[in-house]
Structures are given as C-alpha cells and as structure tokens.
Design a protein around this ligand. Sequence first.
Ligand code: SF4
Length: 287
Amino acid sequence: MDILKSLGIVELVISGGDPLLRDDAAEIIDYASKLFVTTVYDNGSMAAKKIEALRNVDFVAISIDSLDEAKNDYIKGVPGSWRRAMETVEALHKAGIKVSVTPTISQLNLYEILDITNYFTHKGIPVWYCLYSYDASEDKKQLFRIGKANDEFIIRDNQAMVKLCDSLMEMKKKNNRILMTDELLKTLRTLFSEGKRTWRCRALRNFLVIDHLGRIAGCHVHNFAGSLFDLPRLWNSQKFKTLREIYIKCTQCSYLCYIFYSIHGSPYGHLMLAKDQWKNAKLLLEK
Ligand code: SF4
C-alpha cells in the first residue's frame, strides 16, 4: 500500500467479499484507511459480521437494487439477499459506520431509482449508483470478468435515463446525500440522449485495478500490465505510456466508476469534485 501512496494514489476501493472473509480484514482495512480514502463494497453478506473491522472505513457501500424484496432478489439471483442487505444497512447505520447504498441502475429498476434514493437519503444514508454494464470483450486475458449480457437489464428507455439524470441534478440542490457529481450526471445524460462519450478514459493514469495476486491493470477489462511491486519502476515507463495512449482511445465500456475516475481523478477533477461536494472532497484532500 505504501507503493500506491508513493505514486500519489488517494483512494482505495476494496470490492468483492474475499477481503472481509480474511481473519486479518480489520488490520488491512485499518491500515488502508490511514493512507487512503477507503471504500468497501459488499452485498450485505459479510459487512454486518465485520462491524468492528469497518469502524474506520470512509464508506461501506451496500448494493440494493429495489425496495421490493421479490424484485431485488430476482435481480440479484439470490433468495434472501434483500432482507440481508436491508438488515446490514440498518445495523451498520445504527453502529455509526459510514454506510451508503449503491443501486445498480438497469431497465428493471430505472423507474424506481428516485424512490430508492428518497427512501435511504431521508434516513440519513447516502446513495450513489452503478450502471448496468457487462464485459463485451472476448479477450481471454483480461484481468477478471464482471457481468454478462442480459437483455432484461440493458437500459432501453434512454429518455427515462435522461429524465433520471435531470431529476437527480434537481434533487441534489436540496439533498447532499446523493453522492453523484453534476459533472458525472451531465456526462451520463449526454451518453443516453446523444449516444456521445464526452469523457476520455484515463485508465492507468487516474486509476488502476489490482487483483488478489497483486497483478495490476488499467482496468479489469484489459490484460494485466505488471505486478504491484514493479509499479514504481513501470509508472513512468514507455510501456505504460503506450498503454495509456491505447486506453485513452478505448470505448469498450461505460462502467460508472471508471467514468467517475476519468472525470474526477486529476487535480482539476478534484477541484470540480470539491466544488460539487465539498464535504466528501474534504476527505480526499485531508488524506
Ligand atoms: S474504456 Fe477504459 S475502463 Fe473501459 S475498457 Fe476501455 S480502458 Fe478499460
């Protein structure tokens, strides 16, 4: 982690259930939280059992896709997931852990996103979003795969998505628990209204991905580019410069987190973030 810090990386996202399964999860999270703005993603299955380990985390993001139990469990494909996730959010919130809810916007819950947002933010629980996406690439060498094409989830009602972006921008004026920047919402709006990508991907500049073996890649869609331990040597190498040139022209995905880091990961991006959400940006700047 010191390697990442020395390169000026300020934020660490721990995703997948595995880190929370480890016996030393508390120690790792505690150490990471001292160096970075740290977010732990969970589907609600582990976080409630690891409350003490999560005490110092900046955000614990629990994924809930609907307020309707049956619908949520259908989307997740796991019976009982809604109840477990709701109880986890409640338990973490009660225990004073910085919990937030992250619905994945898809065609199945598109018309419900405002209700989900209102429900949790009125309880004092922040909300941010993922966007249904899947790996279209057939590259067998990509770091890992997430999602698969499912017609039911693919957003077909682009106008409703545009309206949702407008409504969220309007709601944000009075509701500071919606953790999306105007810039990100505007970018999404243009993507759905005009089909235009107004951002350029900044993989391996503003963000990178590390897997459980310490392999790194610009994003999970591409093959690994080296090991974490080689990072200081590789960061300014010709190899990384060439990869950055490839990634900046890449249009293979529209994962919201990668769009966010592409827009906000630079010093200018941080300024925009600070302007938009100074309370959260303060966390970044303090670290
Ligand atoms: S657009 Fe960027 S994040 Fe998405 S696949 Fe291409 S390089 Fe990766």
